[in-house]
Design a protein around this ligand. Structure first.
Ligand SMILES: Cc1ncc(COP(=O)(O)O)c(C=O)c1O
Length: 458
């Protein structure tokens, strides 16, 4: 359709955006509008349609009906504050009170964060091998915000990122809506969840924008050795792939273990380290995370730094009141607080391991850090259940104990328990799991007999 507008402009109607673009390109001095809007048609965006959180999706679709006679024990939630046994230390609370009362942090902060906070994070992150400066730090809303920025600055539609399997689902949730393909590389449960480096390298191609590693790991509770970190860096260097290091569980390692930031073993490979206050300081709701840019060889250069600055302007960083408290939080928190938190996780890991590893049909894998333990379920020993989801649903129905099924981490045949639960509760929960398994466990020959009693070639 074509008509002449009030100022002599030719107005044309286009049926869809593609036609509109074509018409505009062919004759820019003709004003083109979309065809008549005659009804409501409000559609969700591609980003909204493709944003998918497997954990939420799986849990919402499970029909969980706890046994009314037994108190529910949720071993599923990675929030260390929910049971009330673990609390942020007094100096952290004081620091926020001071920040609030100062009236200095009520306004908008700089997009990448207040300098006092960035300076304190730089000091906190500096090691004997790696110097960090405040200009290397970008404040974000939680570590999820940091991962979002890191993925968005390095990757885009049509490219791919490599993520661990089993792994935390947020990487997929953040990337797929942007049209980024997520490729999973395998971890080896029999080798303390080290990365299968061959599998990792096989998956790298010209479109690989980044390799994500999680260390210490959710859901595995693994902590990589220096040797393994060096091997990972070599793969990245050989293939020119930058690393996104999700180190939100940094320092949460059991006695005798050492946390080594991957930046400490990389001279060449550029790294975006993602971390925050969430886990170590027991304040997930405060939503403070950060990116630290490690770029010793200047490979990221201005390009990635200015990209991060630009992306940071989309939401203007993390909560300013907490930013104002960061210097005191990071400088004044006593070592005893850190040690006590880790002791709780380690004691619970030993407790759960001692009970679960005695249960026929299960194989608990002792963690070295973070706050989780993975447990393998040999499904053939529990022929009453089609899969791990059914196993967990029935465990809730009979025993009111809810571990997170491995399906939430792309890893069927396992479940994950959290170690931040009060010990007495964890003890009860593990014994209930034992009773449940005893009731449903069928030895191999019993299973075969039940299928074919006359079969005798066992
Ligand atoms: C491995 C990992 N990365 C990132 C996050 C997100 O952290 P935040 O709550 O600070 O966004 C979590 C939270 O559980 C996690 O387990």
């Amino acid at each position: 359709m074509e008509r002449t507008g009030t100022r002599g402009l030719v107005l044309r109607r286009a049926k869809n955006p593609e036609e509109l673009r074509r018409q505009y390109q062919s004759s820019p001095n003709v004003r083109v509008t979309m065809s008549q809007r005659c009804d409501w048609s409000v559609k969700r965006s591609y980003l909204a349609a493709k944003t998918y959180n497997p954990i939420r999706h799986i849990i919402e679709n499970l029909d969980l009906q706890p046994n009314p006679e037994k108190q529910m024990v949720a071993l599923s939630i990675g929030d260390p504050t929910i049971f009330g046994n673990l609390r942020a230390p007094p100096n952290v609370i004081d620091a926020v009170e001071e920040s609030l009362n100062s009236f200095r942090y009520n306004g908008y902060g700089p997009a990448s964060g207040f300098d006092c906070a960035k300076q304190a994070i730089a000091e906190y992150t500096t090691t004997q091998h790696t110097d960090v400066y405040s200009e290397d730090v970008v404040l974000c809303s939680g570590c999820s915000g940091a991962i979002d920025l890191a993925i968005s600055v390095l990757a885009e539609a049509g490219r791919n990122i490599l993520v661990p399997c089993p792994g935390f689902s947020i990487y997929r949730t953040l990337a797929e809506g942007l049209g980024i393909t997520v490729r999973e590389y395998k971890l080896k449960p029999e080798k303390d969840w080290e990365i299968d480096l061959e599998d990792l390298e096989k998956q790298i191609d010209a479109d690989t924008a980044a390799l994500i590693i999680t260390n210490p790991s959710n859901p595995c509770g693994s902590v990589f050795s220096e040797r393994h970190l060096r091997d990972i860096v070599q793969v990245a260097a050989r293939n020119y792939v930058p690393i996104i290091a999700d180190e939100i569980y940094e320092h949460l390692v059991f006695k005798g273990e050492t946390f080594i930031p991957i930046a400490d073993v990389s001279n060449e490979v550029p790294i975006l380290k993602c971390s925050g206050l969430t886990k170590r300081f027991l304040i997930p709701g405060w939503r403070i995370g950060w990116i630290v840019i490690h770029d010793r060889s200047g490979i990221f250069g201005k390009e990635i730094r200015s990209g991060l600055q630009g992306l940071a302007t989309r939401i203007l960083g993390g909560n300013t009141i907490v930013q104002g408290a960061i210097p005191r939080i990071l400088r004044e928190t006593p070592q005893t607080f850190y040690d006590e938190t880790v002791q709780v996780y380690q004691k619970n890991a030993s407790l759960a391991y001692s009970i679960l590893s005695e249960i026929p049909g299960l194989k608990a894998i002792m963690p070295r850090g973070a706050m989780y333990m993975m447990v393998r379920v040999d499904m053939w020993d529990f022929p009453g259940f089609k899969n791990g989801l059914e196993f967990v649903t029935q465990l809730v129905a009979e025993e009111s104990v809810f571990p997170l099924p491995g399906e939430c981490f792309s890893y069927p045949g396992y479940f994950r328990i959290v170690l931040s639960v009060p010990s007495e509760m964890l003890d009860v929960a593990c014994h209930r799991i034992a009773e449940f398994c005893e009731r449903h466990y069928k030895k191999k020959n019993e299973v075969i007999f039940s299928v074919s009693p006359e079969c005798n070639d066992l």
